[in-house]
Design a protein around this ligand. Structure first.
Ligand SMILES: [Zn+2]
Ligand SMILES: [Zn+2]
Length: 63
């Protein structure tokens, strides 16, 4: 999971694997490199990064 703070309106990379998107916490990454680092820990067989513009609801509760 990315620890870099992400902001609404920024480009983010989302993991295409359904298990990474089905929970309450959606996995979003600041960059391809960051998403790449997630792959070995998640052990995906087939994964892609999806580029998206960050929305408020993707970034979790307000801090
Ligand atoms: Zn994933
Ligand atoms: Zn990151």
């Amino acid at each position: 999971m990315c620890r870099k703070p992400l902001h609404v309106g920024e480009k983010v990379q989302r993991c295409s694997v359904s298990t990474c998107n089905s929970g309450r916490v959606k996995l979003v990454f600041c960059s391809i490199a960051c998403w790449d680092a997630h792959l070995p820990t998640a052990r995906h067989r087939n994964a892609a990064a999806i580029e998206e513009i960050a929305r408020k609801d993707m970034l979790g509760p307000k801090r």
